[in-house]
Design a protein around this ligand. Structure first.
Ligand code: 5AD
Ligand code: SF4
Length: 447
């Protein structure tokens, strides 16, 4: 039945903002809702339950979401039975204010609190409900994966760092690791279900396990090795590590475990030790470069990517030049670049020395130029090489081609015949800063 009338399956629509953790939470929402008998609606208009999984990392994340919420308001005024739910970090950061500012919202819940959504939907409560307590893990909610052969595995929640610009510690609470036995059981189940690539998720993955006691305790490097040993898992990725906790044992796991991919995302944030101190990152430029050197020593070909913030309060020309220097020196394979955005409740939002908008813009332009130029140069090393590609499906820009990712996490567009989920060899003919272009090596599949 297509209608939303009585007796028909209820339909939901979810819009996800923010990071992979949120993508994963949305997969869990889908899984949970389908176990409650809901099906997914192709558009918001056709949904009985309109959900937003929100992000609050920067101001523009907030404002993008508010525009979408406006549409939900309109739909609800046309169809008052529609239920509007708002989850994730933005919801957590404004808590019960949600209902004052947006009275048409029926249920709001913090990140990872998807089970609370289930509680709301299965209760008789008609009044608006907010769920913002940090608690233990949301348990083993069913997950509906976007791609059958790729899975996220949440290894911890929360964050104990105190980065002065970041809202996450306040939206996701204290760090708590999941016991390793539980994680490995999940990985084995995923492998049995056809998963070939897992991405371990946490706000600071390499502090994993420090809060665990007893049998389930493991370091992050041990966990990588244990996941590597699971049959069927051919690729392991993780995000994000913190440079302060990036130790040799993790780098050695990259060098020694066949499944751990040759890609490390190592957020720099700034190349100026002075600014890093203001950011409370607890490493300085030399220590960061030392981590990079260690990575290059053990995994010479590893792809390195990073996050950089420009225009942090008090950032001088000299500080910014220091960031550019690190970008030139490291030669990232890619970088996410952000303009500093003051977030409510964070220390940095109170700092003096706001960088004027035109200065931020000019710095951002120079940074992006340097990042892209170095990434393009780095990508050249793949031209003429054959790389393993996990096929995702048709290319977005040219459906006659296929698209997938290399172990170095480069998007690869290629001519070939492979199906989604296959790992094939692709000979790379050309490279841009973002993508590789090539042709599938058919012989290797036949042979
Ligand atoms: N302003 C700008 N960028 C930020 N990030 C986190 N908080 C802020 C902020 N207040 C960036 C960091 C982080 C990435 C996920 O988002 O670079 O690594
Ligand atoms: Fe956004 Fe950060 Fe929350 Fe992820 S953890 S949804 S990036 S605020």
């Amino acid at each position: 039945m297509e209608t939303t009338g009585q007796g028909a399956a209820k339909r939901f629509h979810v819009t996800t903002f923010g990071c992979q953790m949120n993508e994963h939470d949305s997969e869990r929402m889908r899984g949970m809702l389908s176990s409650l008998g809901y099906t997914e609606a192709p558009s918001r208009e056709q949904a009985d339950l309109i959900l937003f999984n929100t992000c609050s990392i920067r101001e523009n994340a907030d404002s993008r979401f508010i525009a979408h919420l406006g549409e939900a308001k309109r739909l609800k005024s046309e169809q008052p039975d529609v239920v509007v739910g708002v989850g994730g970090c933005w919801a957590q950061s404004v808590k019960d204010e949600v209902f004052e500012r947006f009275p048409f919202v029926d249920v709001a819940f913090g990140p990872g609190q998807i089970h609370k959504l289930a509680e709301f939907l299965t209760s008789d409560s008609l009044s608006a409900q907010g769920y913002f307590e940090f608690e233990d893990f949301a348990g083993h909610l069913p997950t509906q994966r976007t791609r059958p052969f790729q899975a996220w595995l949440q290894i911890s929640q929360g964050c104990n760092c105190v980065c002065s610009y970041c809202i996450v510690p306040s939206t996701r609470g204290r760090e708590a690791s999941r016991p390793s036995g539980e994680l490995l059981a999940e990985v084995r189940a995923l492998a049995a279900d056809g998963v070939r690539e897992v991405t371990l998720l946490g706000q600071n993955v390499n502090s994993y396990g420090r809060d665990l006691r007893g049998e389930g305790r493991m370091t992050f490097a041990d966990l990588l090795r244990a996941v590597d040993a699971v049959d069927g898992i051919e690729r392991i990725r993780y995000t994000s590590p913190h440079p302060k906790d990036m130790k040799e044992d993790v780098i050695l796991a990259h060098a020694e475990c066949p499944s751990v991919c040759e890609h490390i995302h190592l957020p720099l944030q700034s190349g100026s030790s002075r600014i890093l101190k203001q950011m409370r990152r607890t490493y300085d430029r030399d220590r960061y470069l030392d981590r990079v050197a260690l990575i290059r020593e053990h995994v010479p070909d590893a792809a390195l990517t990073t996050d950089i913030i420009v225009g942090f309060p008090g950032e001088t020309d000299e500080d910014f030049e220091a960031t550019l220097e690190v970008v030139e020196e490291v030669g990232y394979d890619g970088a996410f670049t952000f303009v500093f955005s003051p977030r409510r409740g964070t220390l940095a939002a109170e700092l003096d020395g706001r960088v004027p908008h035109p200065v931020k813009k000019e710095r951002m332009g120079r940074l992006v130029e340097a990042v892209q130029r170095r990434a393009r140069e780095r990508a050249e090393r793949f031209v003429g090489r054959t790389v393993d590609v996990l096929v995702e499906g048709p290319s977005r820009t040219d459906p006659s081609r296929l698209r997938g990712r290399s172990r170095h996490n480069k998007a690869v567009n290629f001519d070939g015949t492979a199906g989604p989920g296959e790992i094939v060899e692709v000979e790379v003919a050309a490279a841009t800063s973002q993508t590789l272009l090539g042709t599938e090596v058919l012989l290797s599949r036949a042979g």
